[in-house]
Unconditional design. Structure first.
Length: 460
């Protein structure tokens, strides 16, 4: 039996050494925004490094359903486009013939709602069972204040499907009740269609890819010195350009933990995004005792990227700071795995938002940590983990959540015996090729390696 079975579950065996160099696929947050902003722009944009995952392919499909032409230049077979030319529609899309499927993606649905709110036709957005249970009131309220007409038609109150009818949009000043880049971005996208200045004030810094990508496409965005207050003058039309999406630091995080928690291990990840609103995971791992060397490349297109090198250590527990939480929210499942491997206590609090992700990630992370014998206490807003006990190999569910599947595949590399992660198809939503990377790491754990995401399907 191979170390990793790639059907719909992962069989993971513990490894003893780790010396790996790899590139991870393109950033998910940036890929969503690139498809949307290039589709709204005037002129033809060339996007490279696009993440060909289900979530981003659905967003691109939504734009295509509304008349955006896309010519694929390079594809990852069985997944989707990696490089393409997108012919922008100068802000005016045409109605989709059918409801638009956002799949599993909260980012896709919430940002598209902001974008479609400004169109002069009706659109219906729907998603899978997980997305149909996630709160949409958080975007319906501010977009409604702007004059958008959005109905939540789901069986669960305030949830998808969403019906968006045309409305005259007015700019607002909106104080975000939660630190959410998705809500901020939905309001800013709708703000493009208003006359006047839209303002968003966030309670903590959240990822700023929308602001950076707007600027890269020639749309001026104002940010005050705290970074918390963002303003946008409506009526600006993005101008087409070439944009390269760097690797996703949230995908890199799995390998960062795989290296960081193993004394003597070494990891190099090339061409990964190093946007400072996304790198708190590296700060936390450093505080836990691993060495992280960052080699930033010249800042391209407003999105910093570069190489990171990680050297493993005997980790110790840490307390996550409240202001760090939005900055590493997607990395918490794998950080919790690092915490279980670290001596002492790690406190992850102020993270209630984790409960409304693809799964309730407080519950799913705690369930799987306990299955592996870790000591963890669950709180309404997070968890406390007392680490240092050896992890037991276990059979665990992904619960249909890509980040839970990958986090516990990494945990399995440190267990006292084999582990099995069930329902791993969901990994397609963010990390095509994870199974190949995992198999390569397991197979060649003791050799000098240089892995690249295969651009062709592996031969049977
Ligand atoms: C994202 C923002 C975050 C994050 C999500 C992607 C984005 O969500 O969890 O995976 O691309 O804007 P919130 O902004 O809702 O916290």
């Amino acid at each position: 039996m191979s170390a990793v079975d790639t059907m719909s579950h992962f069989e993971v065996k513990p490894i003893r050494t780790f010396d790996v160099a790899l590139e991870v696929p393109g950033d998910k947050s940036m890929s969503h925004r690139a498809a949307m902003i290039a589709g709204l722009a005037s002129g033809t944009s060339k996007i490279t490094g696009f993440l060909p995952s289900e979530d981003c392919v659905n967003t691109l499909g939504a734009m295509q359903a509304c008349g955006v032409e896309c010519q694929v230049l390079e594809e990852l077979p069985e997944f989707g486009p990696v490089a393409m030319e997108i012919e922008g529609r100068s802000m005016k899309l045409s109605p989709s013939l059918r409801p638009i499927d956002c799949g599993n993606s909260g980012t896709g649905m919430r940002l598209l709602a902001g974008l479609f709110a400004g169109q002069d036709f009706s659109t219906e957005l729907f998603g899978d069972a997980s997305l149909s249970g996630r709160p949409m009131g958080r975007i319906i309220r501010p977009l409604g204040e702007m004059g958008a007409r959005i109905e939540a038609l789901g069986a669960k109150e305030g949830c998808a499907p969403l019906k968006i009818s045309p409305g005259e949009l007015e700019p607002i000043s909106y104080v975000l009740p939660m630190a959410s880049a998705q809500v901020k971005s939905a309001v800013l996208l709708a703000g493009l269609f208003c006359q006047g200045v839209t303002e968003v004030v966030q309670p903590a810094l959240t990822r700023d890819h929308t602001e950076r990508m707007f600027e890269a496409f020639g749309v001026k965005v104002g940010t005050d010195e705290t970074g918390l207050r963002i303003t946008l003058e409506g009526g600006q039309v993005p101008k087409a350009r070439e944009f390269h999406v760097p690797g996703d630091i949230s995908s890199a995080a799995f390998w960062v933990v795989a290296a960081a928690a193993r004394p003597g291990a070494k990891l190099v990840i090339r061409r990964v995004g190093l946007n400072p609103t996304r790198t708190a995971i590296l700060d936390a791992i450093e505080r836990m005792g691993a060495t992280v060397i960052r080699r930033p490349a010249a800042d391209i297109q407003g999105e910093p990227y570069g190489e990171i090198e990680v050297h493993g250590a005997h980790l110790k527990g840490t307390d996550l700071l409240p202001e760090e939480i939005p900055n590493l929210i997607d990395e918490i499942p794998v950080l919790a795995v690092a915490a279980a491997l670290a001596e002492g206590t790690t406190r992850i609090r102020h993270a209630r938002e984790l409960r409304v992700k693809e799964t309730d990630r407080v519950a799913t992370t705690v369930t799987n940590l306990r299955a592996m014998g870790a000591q963890v206490e669950e709180f309404d807003d997070g968890m406390e983990i007392v680490g240092g006990r050896p992890l037991k190999g276990a059979e665990m569910d992904s619960f249909g959540d890509h980040r839970i599947a990958m986090a516990f595949a990494i945990a399995g590399l440190f267990a006292d015996g084999p582990s099995r992660i069930l329902n791993t198809e969901c990994v397609r939503t963010s990390y095509p090729g994870f199974d190949h990377h995992l198999a390569a790491v397991c197979r060649e754990a003791t050799e000098e390696t240089d892995y690249q995401l295969p651009t062709r399907a592996p031969q049977a």
